[in-house]
Design a protein around this ligand. Structure first.
Ligand SMILES: [Zn+2]
Length: 197
């Protein structure tokens, strides 16, 4: 407190300092000395809030343009650390705990496309003569090498799926496992394949 060379102006205790002759505002030359009590905490909170929940250094810098808080840096840091809004904004994201990879994904020494994942995407509009028609894509990925094979299918029904799959098998060879979602064309395709094989 002695180091601040305090002076009394209109009943308010201010920092004396050596900037009496500087061409700056009065509050900058002689900031008001504040103890670290409840009122000071309210002032710091107000500055922090009105400056859109800024960081400790910026809040401290703004406050110093009018106030000199005893142990100010510590007080400001503590108040901002306990700000509920900032806690919510700066909270670390939750992370998904991933399960073990299935056996098909990690078994080596298999040809590409032994275990595949299958899905449809689209529709995509393509030109046919002068008209524009809908077509869908069939994406087939290798579970081990992550290689991708694309087929065009005419519709989302079971026939188109079987035809697309046959084209794929002719090109890349037979697979042992197909992983897909519960799309109606895939579940119906599963029944057809089981019956025919
Ligand atoms: Zn805040």
């Amino acid at each position: 407190m002695q180091k601040l060379n305090p002076v009394l102006f209109d009943g308010i205790l201010r920092v004396g300092g050596r900037s009496q002759n500087a061409p700056i505002e009065f509050d900058l030359k002689h900031p008001i000395i504040l103890p670290s009590n409840h009122i000071t905490q309210l002032i710091v909170r107000e500055y922090h809030k009105s400056s859109h929940h800024c960081g400790a250094s910026h809040a401290w810098n703004l406050l110093r343009q009018m106030f000199w808080i005893i142990n100010g840096a510590v007080v400001v840091k503590r108040i901002i650390r306990n700000c509920i809004f900032c806690k919510k904004i700066n909270a670390s994201m939750g992370k998904q705990f991933m399960a073990d990879l299935p056996k098909d994904r990690v078994t080596p020494d298999q040809p590409p496309f032994t275990c595949v994942g299958v899905d449809n995407f689209g529709p995509i509009f393509v030109k046919q003569g002068r008209s524009s028609v809908k077509r869908w894509g069939l994406i087939i990925t290798c579970a081990i090498t992550r290689a991708v094979h694309l087929e065009i299918v005419h519709s989302m029904n079971v026939n188109s799926f079987i035809i697309g799959l046959r084209r794929f098998i002719v090109r890349r060879g037979k697979m042992s496992t197909i992983i897909c979602d519960n799309g109606s064309n895939f579940t119906a395709g599963n029944k057809v394949l089981k019956k025919e094989i």
